[in-house]
Ligand binder design. Structure first.
Ligand code: ATP
Ligand code: MG
Length: 332
């Protein structure tokens, strides 16, 4: 089986609809076809300031949400990044293969550091894409399910893998991004020009999966559309409505063309009311399942311990080969 690998940050507590549609749904699907590794990337979370108690709670919460979304510990390996120390170790190696200018071109870093100001942005934030390279290469991943915002980082991963392989001999699998075009970028409901994001969205534009269902319904109903009234998929001229149609279509499995027909001659309000209902039906059981995992910490811990052991076996082998190829003297 080909390998899949992906990670998600525990920074904000609740996952949002963009995380789910753009990434987590694909994690669930790839369990069937791939030897899949998924992790909560707590090492990435500390690239911005974190409160220790919150980070601990959010890391458990992230794992609980991944299970609630359909990850099955029998069919994939679910673990916490910091439980596998090889990530930081290979991360250092990759830092030493990355050009400073090359890292400076990462648009996620540019966006995130611009928001924080040059003095507050950390060196960790600057090199986080390189840690991500290590995350992927450690597992010899073939496919990396992510949203569109991560494409550049997968490109960097391919470049560094090829660079290492050329310099030190064939070591790493060259991964490919697994990006589902239709849902690769879910937009903020209040500002359809920006992506829905844990760190950058306005509260009203961000659909948190763990919000009260009533709040979710309210946010959908007050989504920004446009002044014309036609319900038509047109991401350029009607980004707000198109975003709602994408979400509706993905959650229900109805084709966008069929939705356009269904809502022909009807008002935006009708679409929003129906979508609010679809969303509430989706998040309600998700919230319940997440709570069930949180209420059973023994089960959650044992899933994560088994996951870390499986992940570590693979990661340690890759790291040992890498160190050897680079010329590190083995410890006797
Ligand atoms: P941050 O703003 O702090 O970077 P985030 O909202 O981007 O947080 P991440 O944990 O960085 O969340 O991303 C987890 C996964 O979700 C990644 O694969 C990312 O590409 C995907 N993703 C994030 N936002 C969206 C979105 N709006 N549409 C589709 N996929 C998304
Ligand atoms: Mg992100």
């Amino acid at each position: 089986r080909p390998r899949a690998l992906s990670g998600i940050q525990p920074t904000a507590g609740s996952f949002h609809l963009g995380n789910y549609l753009g990434a987590i749904r694909q994690y669930v699907a790839l369990q069937e076809t791939h030897d899949a590794f998924y992790m909560v990337v707590d090492l990435h979370a500390i690239t911005v300031p974190q409160d220790p108690a919150e980070l601990r709670a959010n890391t458990r919460l992230a794992a609980a949400q991944l299970l609630a979304a359909g990850l099955d510990p029998e069919r994939c390996t679910l673990f916490i990044q910091s439980h596998v120390p090889e990530h930081a170790q290979l991360g250092w190696v990759m830092n030493c293969l990355t050009g400073f200018g090359e890292a400076s071109r990462m648009t996620q870093f540019k966006d995130k550091s611009a928001k924080q100001g040059a003095d507050r942005a950390t060196v960790g934030l600057f090199t986080y894409p390189v840690l991500q390279v290590a995350d992927i290469l450690l597992y010899q991943a073939d496919a990396v399910p992510v949203g569109e915002d991560q494409r550049q980082h997968i490109e960097l991963t391919r470049d560094l893998a090829e660079r290492f392989n050329t310099r030190f001999g064939d070591t790493f699998t060259i991964p490919a991004p697994h990006i589902v075009k239709e849902v690769a970028k879910i937009y903020d409901l209040q500002d359809p020009a920006i992506k829905m994001s844990k760190s950058a969205s306005t509260p009203k534009g961000l659909i948190n999966l763990l919000d009260e269902p009533k709040t979710t319904a309210k946010k959908v109903k007050s989504a920004v559309t446009d002044t014309d009234t036609v319900i038509r998929f047109d991401p350029v001229d009607k980004p707000g409505v198109s975003n709602l149609l994408t979400i509706y279509s993905t959650l229900t499995g109805k084709a966008i063309a069929d939705l356009e027909k269904e809502y022909e001659g009807r008002m935006y309000g009708a679409l929003k009311t129906d979508l609010a209902e679809v969303m509430v039906e989706f998040v309600t059981p998700f919230r319940t399942r997440t709570q069930e995992y949180l209420d059973d910490p023994g089960t959650l811990d044992s899933i994560l311990a088994k996951g870390a052991a499986k992940a570590r076996a693979v990661a340690a082998e890759t790291l040992a080969t890498t160190f050897d190829r680079m010329g590190f003297l083995p410890a006797k």
